[in-house]
Design a protein around this ligand. Structure first.
Ligand SMILES: NC(=O)c1ccc[n+]([C@@H]2O[C@H](COP(=O)([O-])OP(=O)(O)OC[C@H]3O[C@@H](n4cnc5c(N)ncnc54)[C@H](OP(=O)(O)O)[C@@H]3O)[C@@H](O)[C@H]2O)c1
Length: 311
């Protein structure tokens, strides 16, 4: 599926392109599934700064899974028949919304025993973002109290579980339909459609909470700064976020800037395959329905990870 102009979800066109041969250090996969992420629609409509790196017409998408059908010179870790998945690193803009994909071997991981390719397609971007936000930037530790805005989304659910795994108390802000899932993980669900999240937390934690991780940003970032204790930290996911209000108040603030790290991805995939973490898939659709999937992404109320499948 290609785009030849930036615009609304209906700019996608089914196009026939030769997949090409894998070059040295590369692997050609027959795609099984593709992780669809909010970044993809921001690239499609031109609102992401990264859109400038695209040469039109182009293929969008950053991550995929599939079956290896050929390997380039020097590749020893993969062989035809292996199931593999991974995420492209910037500035590799080749896109993944395609029936075949050539990846550098060093961004791919073998799909672990116990995981299907559909789930694998959604692990890398969500997993790397959540791991960086929770473990490298917020450095969440045992006993800390963490508020997560957007806890029902693809990254939010993974961040909730990683914070809980580190022994933190999680206040998970999400709409009503995410209640069972979030409380099932062990978080306390705060339904932002029913109560004022900021008043609720300010009342219950007059000395402030330790960490806010904000996957929403526009209406949530600035009021969240008032909820933090002295020395508290905030991590904001949308990369267009302006951290100035936090910096001006001397509050430690970060935006994750991820790159493919196969050690972290393989570790997270193993934990998912063993049932220690879950990657709830909110929606799957065939690649031919990519325009509908982009409308769901744009709506901003996904019920978990969104996956495009390829027959
Ligand atoms: N910096 C990076 O490297 C990086 C990487 C990945 C993602 N991101 C960004 O992080 C954001 C989230 O990504 P995602 O993949 O998790 O998106 P997603 O799956 O679309 O989830 C967004 C979630 O936010 C919830 N939400 C919307 N408004 C809310 C509010 N006011 N309060 C609480 N929850 C609210 C939505 O559902 P409900 O309203 O039903 O709760 C939905 O579950 C996106 O902007 C994405 O571009 C950044």
């Amino acid at each position: 599926m290609t785009i030849s102009e930036f615009g609304p979800a209906d700019v996608f066109r089914k196009t026939s392109i030769e997949p090409g041969e894998p070059g040295p250090g590369e692997v050609l996969i027959k795609t099984s599934a593709i992780g669809a992420n909010p970044l993809d629609y921001k690239m499609r409509d031109g609102s992401s700064g990264l859109s400038k790196s695209l040469t039109l017409p182009c293929i969008l998408g950053r991550e995929a899974s599939g079956v290896v059908i050929a390997v380039g010179e020097g590749v020893t870790e993969f062989a035809p028949g292996d199931h593999a998945f991974g995420m492209r690193n910037h500035p590799d803009t080749r896109g993944t919304y395609a029936t075949h994909n050539v990846f550098p071997a060093d961004v791919l991981v073998k799909v672990p025993e116990g995981m299907d390719d559909t789930t694998a397609a959604g692990v890398a971007l969500v997993g790397l973002t959540a791991q960086m936000a929770v473990e490298q930037q917020a450095k969440v530790s045992e006993g800390e109290t963490v508020l997560i805005h957007g806890a029902g989304g693809g990254v939010g659910q993974m961040m909730t579980q990683l914070c809980l795994a580190r022994g933190a108390n999680v206040l998970a802000s999400a709409s009503t339909r995410h209640h069972d899932k979030l409380t099932g993980f062990g978080a306390r669900h705060i339904d932002y459609t029913q109560v004022d999240v900021f008043d609720t937390i300010a009342e219950e934690y007059p000395n402030g909470i330790d960490v806010v991780i904000d996957a929403v940003y526009f209406d949530t970032f600035v009021p969240s700064l008032d909820l933090l204790r002295e020395g508290g930290r905030i991590v904001v996911l949308p990369s267009l976020a302006d951290l100035t209000p936090a910096n001006e108040r001397g509050i430690e603030a970060h935006i994750p800037l991820i790159s493919a790290d196969t050690t972290i991805v393989a570790d997270l995939a193993g934990r998912i395959a063993r049932g220690e973490l879950s990657l709830p898939i909110g929606h799957t659709a065939p690649l031919s329905d990519v325009a509908d999937v982009h409308r769901i992404l744009e709506d901003g109320h996904a019920d978990g990870k969104i996956i495009l499948t390829v027959n």
